[in-house]
Design a protein around this ligand. Structure first.
Ligand SMILES: C[S@@+](CC[C@H](N)C(=O)[O-])C[C@H]1O[C@@H](n2cnc3c(N)ncnc32)[C@H](O)[C@@H]1O
Length: 211
């Protein structure tokens, strides 16, 4: 990625229209998302790439899927032999599939209810844009700050977090990196697949907790 790399999504997305994620994901929209086979396939593909970046060496590692929705990533991780917790703020999302083996929990990923050093990895697919999307918004700043400190706390040493998300523009993406760098000891960087093709662009934030 070179320094002139730039993007700004012009189309208004649900996270810019709805203040609260549960005002968007409800009723028919929630149903359609949870039953969508194409969405399941897309999220699995992103999870494969996320796993590549996580580079987990441990067999049966314990992974938090933060903002799991119906559990597409967590179900796939389980098939691969990982142990998971599927966490989402919308309780109804956790009722579509038989996911009791994924230890489903309704919670806000900014305040994850776990003890320190619980997870071998944390993965979050297509959720962070709901938490941080406006540089001027102090509450969003606070929530992202709390999320990053909490992720650092619940992660074991020598472990990684991977967050795939859809920032509206490069400024928001960089501000997210800055807030995390200023407030935690995570070391990390952005990885952008297909940076110049808006439809295929995938942005990952990889964070590492050193021992
Ligand atoms: C686009 S969906 C992605 C769901 C899932 N990760 C997937 O790959 O299919 C975004 C999800 O993020 C969840 N979410 C948004 N804000 C959240 C928060 N503060 N805590 C937990 N989940 C949140 C939403 O409820 C929703 O399920």
């Amino acid at each position: 990625m070179n320094d002139s790399y730039y993007f700004n999504v012009k189309r208004k997305r649900p996270e810019e229209i709805y203040n609260d994620v549960s005002d968007y994901f409800k009723g028919e929209i929630l149903n359609q998302y949870a039953h969508s086979k194409s969405m399941m396939k897309i999220q699995e593909k992103i999870t494969i790439r996320a796993l590549e970046l996580l580079d987990i060496r441990k067999k049966g590692a314990f992974i938090l899927d933060a903002g799991s929705g119906p559990g597409f990533a967590a179900m796939f991780l389980k098939e691969l032999g990982y142990r998971t917790v599927a966490l989402d703020i919308i309780a109804e999302f956790l009722n579509f599939y038989n996911i009791k083996d994924l230890n489903p929990i309704t919670a806000d990923m900014c305040f994850p209810p776990f003890k320190g050093k619980t997870f071998d990895a944390i993965l979050s697919i297509s959720a962070l844009q709901w938490i941080y999307r406006d540089i001027a918004n102090k509450k969003m700043h606070y929530l992202l700050n709390h999320l990053s400190k909490s992720f650092y706390h619940i992660l074991k040493p020598d472990s990684r977090v991977i967050i795939q998300f859809y920032p509206k523009n490069k400024e928001i993406m960089e501000q997210i990196g800055k807030i995390i760098a200023d407030n935690t000891e995570f070391q990390g960087n952005f990885i952008i697949d297909n940076p110049n093709t808006s439809k295929k662009r995938k942005i990952f934030l990889l964070l590492e907790k050193k021992s």
